[in-house]
Design a protein around this ligand. Structure first.
Ligand code: FPP
Length: 248
């Protein structure tokens, strides 16, 4: 699935023209989209959910294995409370209202991020969605919620340090594989392609570990305006890239 193996990078090399199996998206620009319409920011996030529904279908049609989306970062807690409440409400709505359709379409749902800070209602909704869809294999939709790449690396480091202290692991045994096992994404492939909408060219703490060899595609299109053709353009751009994973 395009996972990067440090000792055998050739094995996973994506040839020119090959499709990405794992696509991740930083869905940026909802606020600007709303502002241009003299509407509150949450209006843009709402439109963003519509764009997401369409892209989930595109990903299924393209036989993408994993679609990872950045829905709420550990830094988004700094936003005004009404926007935070709105984003939480949208996650609940999305999981509740779309679960049946997603399940019917063979989508497996996973939520990635810190559980601390999320209330019991949202935690049980997440657990229910993950449990109900766990055997689906058409597409895995990973929703990064209360997620931060640095937080994920810190949490993994603490878990490993605890095991070192208890004697379960020796310091010399800590390698990339050991580290990977302690990440939220343990056992899952890394993104082949990361798309960011709305013009900024940075990762903003998204998949800091997993993006080591991802191809990055940036587009000016604001997320609510991101359509099938934009997804296709990003994939076509990816297919032109020559991936070497540090080799020649
Ligand atoms: C960034 O745009 C977007 C977010 C912080 C949230 C993205 C969330 C959604 C698309 C909807 C939620 C989806 C689910 C499944 C819960 P921004 O607000 O930073 O835009 P701006 O840079 O134009 O202000």
């Amino acid at each position: 699935m395009g996972r990067i193996e440090p000792d055998d990078s050739k094995k996973n090399e994506t040839c020119e023209g090959e499709m990405p199996s794992h696509v991740a998206i930083i869905m940026d620009g909802n606020g600007r989209w709303a502002k241009a319409r003299h509407m509150p920011r949450i209006f843009g996030h709402n439109a963003g959910v519509e764009a997401l529904r369409n892209i989930v279908h595109c990903a299924i049609n393209y036989n993408i294995e994993i679609l990872t989306i950045y829905a709420f970062s550990t830094e988004n807690w700094r936003r005004p409370q009404d926007e935070i409440d709105g984003l939480f409400a949208l996650l609940k709505q999305f999981v509740r209202n779309d679960l049946t359709t997603l399940h019917k379409n063979g989508v497996r749902i996973r939520i990635q991020g810190r559980r601390e800070g999320l209330n019991n209602e949202i935690l049980s909704l997440i657990d229910e969605a993950e449990e109900k869809t766990k055997n689906n294999n058409k597409l895995t939709l990973v929703i990064c919620f209360n997620y931060g790449g640095q937080a994920e690396i810190l949490d993994a480091t603490k878990a490993i340090a605890t095991k070192v202290l208890s004697g379960e692991i020796k310091v010399d045994e800590i390698d990339i594989e050991t580290f990977e096992k302690h990440l939220n994404s343990a056992g899952w492939s890394h993104p082949d392609l990361i798309i960011r909408t709305a013009g900024e060219q940075r990762l903003s703490n998204f998949l800091m570990w997993q993006s080591a060899y991802s191809e990055l595609v940036f587009t000016q299109v604001l997320w609510p305006d991101f359509e099938t053709k934009d997804f296709e353009m990003a994939i076509n751009e990816f297919k032109k890239r020559k991936r070497r994973f540090g080799g020649i």
